[in-house]
Ligand binder design. Structure first.
Ligand SMILES: [Zn+2]
Length: 394
């Protein structure tokens, strides 16, 4: 099986170079870097007729199908919309990848005269939007939804573009269906996260075909015919939230960006080294937790970091009094043989220690722990990992 290397989805040049082999890919994906424009992208591009896999929780590339990250971005999207649109006016909004309808419901609340067209291919979730008022559901992929030119005031797309086979064409299509001056609110994962000291899980997962930086996504939005009116928060290492207005025609010639190409290559190189070092230190992290035996230890966050702690670090989760996860518990009963509990299980648990295995939500979880189990000492993932790395170096 030898698929021919595609051309770069953004600049169209035959300039992809192999950059990285993801760990545990069930689809044989490889990560490539465009030597012309610097866009990081995976190939072969997924055959979208393939059957959906069951929900899988792992630290490797086969992670997926629980889709629990998107809902957390509703507030950020609504804040951006409140800043750039008059929500009291009648408006038509296209929600690309409407998922469980959490954003749609929030938008309908804030915009009492608005109408939504929700596009969602996943049969497990599409129904969630069916019962919303002022909402038309199109149960299809966005590429197959037959939408009229200049028919929307707003296009909202949250953590969807990185899954699409041809994101540049899709962005140009978002511009086509927007009225002149219409607003695009676009949110995607941020490649910069892989440069962090605490990266542990495989970031290049099978579900994501494109891996955008602020530079490559910003350039792609502008080249699709938009003017950017709000750039991503520089402190947000996880998300790239852009707001842009439809302003002109798409560009056909994409200029080279050698600096971005070098930046992306350096980032992938540092990611490979840091991730290997962190994985090698995990056995020490497991030992620190196992030294707490005899105390009541709960762990909050049963996702990818926890999976790595068990599978790579050899941590035995049987010592935990509670394994808490507010979101995974909606998808599965247990992880690594330990029953999942909801957060309120901490109330009255008399936990001595709560280990917070989360990066993006560490602050929120810590606040919840202090409310539910104020007596407990908190161990944060970042600190646990930093100590484990020091012990490894010593
Ligand atoms: Zn390119």
């Amino acid at each position: 099986m030898h698929a021919e290397l595609p051309s770069c989805d953004f600049c169209g040049k035959d300039s992809l170079s192999f950059a990285y082999q993801p760990e545990g890919s069930s689809r044989g994906l490889k990560v490539y870097l465009c030597r012309h424009c610097g866009l990081v992208q995976s190939a072969p591009r997924i055959d979208r007729t393939e059957k959906r896999h069951a929900a899988a929780v792992s630290g490797g590339a086969d992670w997926g199908n629980v889709r629990y990250g998107k809902g957390f971005r509703t507030q950020a999207a609504m804040e951006a919309l409140a800043r750039h649109a008059d929500l009291q006016q009648a408006a038509t909004l296209l929600d690309v990848g409407s998922n469980r309808g959490r954003f749609a419901a929030a938008f309908l609340d804030a915009a009492p005269k608005a109408h939504i067209t929700a596009v969602e291919p996943d049969e497990r979730y599409a129904g969630s939007c069916q019962d919303l008022p002022r909402t038309q559901l199109i149960w299809s992929r966005i590429e197959d939804a037959k939408l009229a030119d200049a028919s929307f005031d707003i296009v909202h797309s949250c953590h969807t573009i990185e899954h699409l086979a041809h994101p540049f064409a899709s962005l140009k299509d978002h511009a086509r269906v927007l009225k002149p001056g219409g607003l695009l609110v676009l949110d995607a994962p941020n490649l910069v996260l892989i440069g962090g000291d605490d990266i542990l899980e495989e970031w290049f997962i099978d579900k994501h075909l494109y891996h955008f930086s602020e530079v490559t996504l910003g350039r792609m939005i502008e080249a699709a015919g938009f003017t950017i009116v709000q750039r991503p928060d520089p402190n947000d290492r996880i998300n790239l939230l852009f707001v842009a207005r439809k302003s002109g025609m798409p560009q056909t010639e994409i200029a080279a960006d050698p600096a971005e190409t070098v930046r992306a290559l350096n980032l992938i190189t540092s990611y490979t080294a840091t991730r290997a070092a962190n994985r090698a230190a995990l056995a020490n992290a497991a030992r620190e937790l196992e030294s707490l035996k005899g105390q009541r230890v709960a762990l909050w966050g049963a996702g990818r970091l926890f999976d790595s702690l068990v599978r790579v670090g050899g941590f035995d989760p049987a010592m935990l009094t509670h394994l808490i996860d507010a979101h995974l518990i909606q998808h599965m009963d247990s992880r690594h043989g330990v029953r999942l509990s909801p957060p309120h299980a901490l109330t009255g648990s008399m936990a001595d220690v709560v280990v917070v295995m989360s990066r993006g939500f560490a602050d929120e979880i810590m606040a919840e722990v202090m409310r539910l189990a104020p007596q407990a000492r908190v161990i944060l993932y970042a600190d646990l990992l930093a100590r484990a790395r020091l012990a490894k170096a010593a």
